[in-house]
Design a protein around this ligand. Structure first.
Ligand SMILES: [Ca+2]
Ligand SMILES: [Ca+2]
Ligand SMILES: [Ca+2]
Length: 217
């Protein structure tokens, strides 16, 4: 319930791995939301019209639902180590009408924010290094931002899935938006212009191709 800032500076090497959030919870209601960014807690306004939070009293997890004209985006947060910082653990998109063509996201299974040895569907979001772990993982991109995939492995049949919600239908369309593809040290960077890029950490030319990409929307 407190938002003390001074005792919460985390300089552990993993601190950049997940976006961190805090919630003020009063009588099992989330009343305030904060994001921990650049060493500071910044309050995020809650849009009372389209956005609501539910506290799962049993698990302590928090579920955020954001409604738009086409459906709802449901994000779950957990504080597994009890340090009052929550990370996103999963997200899910529910369409109002999945048969409607071109309307927002297509992928409706749960996307996870942490890896396993199994085949995972992984959310790729700004401010997170996405990890799939071993197995055939799908990294699902829904956001135009600086995105980082930390363990893309072509030899595990990992795949990059564009589900942008912009109604894109082909790799050709994605390719048209690419401004530059370059190697930065050990990382493979696909640059889409200011503020938008995908970095594949530890990937070199020849370890990724358009065959590893699919486009849902
Ligand atoms: Ca925590
Ligand atoms: Ca995996
Ligand atoms: Ca993998």
């Amino acid at each position: 319930m407190s938002q003390g800032q001074n005792d919460l500076v985390d300089d552990s090497p993993s601190s950049g791995d997940h976006k961190k959030f805090q919630f003020t919870i009063v009588d099992s209601e989330v009343t305030e939301v904060f994001e921990f960014k650049n060493g500071e807690l910044k309050q995020k306004p809650i849009d009372g019209e389209s956005e609501y939070y539910i506290v799962d009293v049993d698990s302590g997890e928090i579920e955020r639902t954001e409604e738009n004209a086409f459906g709802r985006e449901i994000t779950r947060y957990a504080d597994t180590d009890g340090d009052k910082f929550y990370s996103r653990i999963s997200e899910r998109w529910e369409s109002n009408d999945p048969s409607e063509q071109g309307a927002h996201f297509k992928f409706e299974d749960e996307l996870k924010y942490s890896p396993s040895d199994a085949d995972d569907d992984i959310a790729v979001r700004g401010g997170e290094d996405s990890h799939g772990g071993k197995g055939e993982d799908s990294f699902v991109i829904r956001e135009a931002s600086h995105l980082r995939i930390a363990d893309f492995h072509q030899d595990e049949n990992d795949e990059i899935v564009f589900d942008t919600g912009f109604g894109l239908t082909s790799k050709d369309e994605i390719e048209k938006y690419v401004k530059e593809i370059r190697q930065e040290g050990d990382d493979f960077v696909v640059d889409f212009g200011p503020g938008i890029s995908i970095t594949l950490v530890g990937v070199h030319a020849g370890q990724i191709s358009w065959d590893d990409v699919s486009v849902l929307s």
